[in-house]
Design a protein around this ligand. Structure first.
Ligand code: HEM
Length: 206
């Protein structure tokens, strides 16, 4: 439970920060949203998140490109079924490649680009319908009866953390302060998807 709850959230946050360092115009836009909403606050809390649509879109876009559980959890087929002409016999272990679904060029325009705008139309509810396993192109929390039970909590935690990182600090890459340099995005695959190198950044008080 701790592993499922903590590691997934911090890996997403780490990837989100890395993408923002490589897409400074998005970092700036996100900071503008958070700082304009968060005027005069000491901390951004859950109550302040309602109007931060770009923040939500940025986290979803991070989850699309870097789902922390790239193959979800192993499932078993309970009956024989046919998918795309392939027979999956009953009692077969099935892994769903959420990472590949999120980058499928037949589903996404410019699939390799980090573009939070693609999620901006989608504003309903707390954690929207799209992420509840209703859109099979985008399954960072899985789907069906075994969908992640920590989805709402995990998403809200990431929103609060990222909003505060944006609100309180400007960010740079060590030894490259002020140059706008980016970070390496090499990945290491396993049960969880993580960066090959730990992300190191320099916070600055604006
Ligand atoms: C970024 C945040 C998170 C992501 C992306 C995530 C993703 C996932 C995924 C993909 C699964 C497997 C679903 C499937 O195979 O269909 C899962 C299961 C699970 N998650 Fe999360 N999770 C996150 C946060 C959390 C949090 C915060 C908690 C608890 C506080 C949690 C608890 C669990 C548990 C207990 C399961 C197993 C559910 C079952 O097998 O019935 N997760 N999660």
């Amino acid at each position: 439970m701790f592993e499922a709850g903590i590691e997934t959230s911090y890996l997403t946050l780490e990837y989100g920060m890395a993408e923002l360092m490589n897409n400074r115009h998005i970092l700036k836009k996100l900071q503008e949203e958070v700082r304009s909403q968060g005027k005069k606050l000491d901390m951004i809390t859950e109550e302040d998140l309602g109007s931060m649509a770009y923040l939500r879109a940025t986290i979803k876009e991070t989850l699309r490109l870097h789902p922390p559980a790239p193959f979800l959890l192993p499932h078993f087929s309970t009956t024989d079924c046919k998918i795309d002409g392939y027979l999956i016999p009953s009692n077969t272990r099935v892994l769903v490649n959420a990472w590949a679904l999120g980058r499928d060029p037949s589903s996404w325009e410019r699939p390799e680009d980090f573009l939070p705008e693609r999620f901006l139309q989608d504003q309903d509810g707390d954690v929207d319908t799209q992420m509840r396993g209703k859109d099979l192109r985008f399954l960072p929390f899985g789907f069906g009866r075994r969908i992640c039970p920590g989805m709402n909590f995990g998403f809200a935690t990431m929103e609060v953390m990222l909003a505060n990182l944006m609100y309180h600090f400007d960010w740079d890459v060590p030894n490259m302060v002020g140059t706008g340099a980016g970070v390496d995005m090499a990945e290491s695959f396993g049960l969880t998807l993580r960066r090959k190198e730990k992300l190191q950044l320099v916070p600055r008080i604006p």
